[in-house]
Every structure is written in structure tokens, then in C-alpha cells.
Design a binder for this molecule. Structure first.
Ligand code: COA
Length: 164
């Protein structure tokens, strides 16, 4: 059956599916309360990727970010392990960045675990560059974070495909 992908704002009714992906994706997963808090944050913007095939809808991934002044910070981006390497992470990021641009963001930052080679490769493929390190950022393991930045150029809003 053909599948359609839709990127749409996250709401509390998506949290069961989001938490399942969260727990299979991160060493220190966020709790439901943290996601609820995130949905209530004024500067927050969260999206989910929904796959629809017939009557069945599946949450395949999600993105949580903050936009304040000209900065966007990516807090969370994850795809269900069964739906990785299909371009869904890129589509979620594009949607988040398009909204962030509309709200005035011109630079995007994120922290990623040094050991998370696949995420570093993903963000590099999306145009982010390493911009520094935060020593011992992940307190539960003491691991360093790599800070990555993406500057949204003037053509960003007009480009049909936003990311490389
Ligand atoms: C990071 C993540 C969101 C990427 O989502 P995705 O939908 O699989 O990514 P895409 O299919 O859009 O990948 C786009 C490009 O990124 C790069 N990339 C993605 N995953 C990669 C991997 N595991 N290894 C190397 N490169 C990778 C590739 O260049 C890829 O293009 P290609 O498939 O044509 O080679 C996903 O791997 C994930 O959920 N990881 C666990 C959670 C996590 O670590 N999140 C990031 C920290 S917040």
C-alpha cells in the first residue's frame, strides 16, 4: 500500500508514539512531563512526521526546537528505528527550519553527543558545521557535546529544497 508522509505540529495525543521512539533512540530519554512542558513553552515548536497508509497512521519521527530572536536551537530530532535513512529526518528538519526562518531565526544551533556518529553525519549532510565543544555536557555519562551551527542564508526561504 502506498504511504504518504505528512509533517504536522505535535500535540499531547501523539505522545505515546513519540515516547516509544524517544526511548528507543536516546540514552537518557525525556519523560512525558518534559514533552508536555515543551508543548506549552511559548518559544517551542514541535513537529511530528506521520506516515499514512490506508486507515493506519504511524508516527515515524519528531522534532522539538526553540526559536528566540534570530536563533533556533534544535532540542530533539529522532526517527523510529524502522524508518531511518528514508529522508524523514531531513524533511522534519526542513519544516522546523522553515518555521524558524519565518519567525526570524537566521542561525541554528544544536548539541550532539560526540559518540553519536550517525547524528553528526546527518547534521553535516544537512549543512551544519562543528563550532565548538561543551565539556562534560551530558552529566549522566560525562560525555562532551559537539556544538553544530547552520547559518540560514538569504535564499533559504525561497529555495524549494531547503537543505543540501
Ligand atoms: C539522526 C536521525 C534523526 C536522522 O534521521 P533519518 O531520517 O534517518 O535521516 P535522513 O534519511 O534524512 O538522512 C539524510 C542524510 O544524513 C546522513 N545520515 C543519516 N543517517 C546516517 C547514518 N546513520 N550514518 C551516516 N550518515 C547518515 C546521510 O548522508 C543521509 O543521506 P543518505 O541516506 O542519502 O546517505 C536518525 O538517525 C535518528 O533518529 N537517530 C537517533 C536519534 C538521534 O541521535 N538524534 C539526533 C540527536 S538530537
Amino acid at each position: 500500500m502506498p504511504m504518504n508522509l505528512d509533517i504536522t505540529p505535535m500535540s499531547e495525543r501523539h505522545l505515546d508514539a513519540v515516547l516509544e521512539i524517544e526511548r528507543s533512540s536516546f540514552i537518557s530519554p525525556w519523560s512525558r512531563d518534559l514533552f508536555v512542558q515543551e508543548l506549552e513553552t511559548e518559544i517551542g515548536q514541535s513537529f511530528i512526521a506521520v506516515l499514512a497508509g490506508g486507515d493506519v497512521q504511524t508516527v515515524a519521527g519528531y522534532l522539538c526546537s526553540w526559536v528566540a530572536a534570530d536563533e533556533c536551537n534544535i532540542l530533539k530530532l529522532a526517527c523510529h528505528p524502522c524508518y531511518r535513512r528514508r529522508g524523514i529526518g531531513t524533511l522534519l528538519l526542513e519544516r522546523g527550519l522553515r518555521e524558524a526562518w519565518r519567525k526570524g531565526a537566521r542561525v541554528v544551533s544544536l548539541e550532539v553527543r560526540q559518540s553519536n556518529i550517525s547524528a553528526v553525519s546527518f547534521y553535516s549532510a544537512c549543512g551544519f558545521a562543528p563550532a565548538g565543544q561543551r565539556k562534560g555536557y551530558y552529566h549522566e555519562t560525562g560525555e562532551d557535546a559537539i556544538v553544530m551551527l547552520l547559518h540560514l542564508g538569504e535564499g533559504f526561504a525561497d529555495a524549494e529544497r531547503k537543505l543540501p
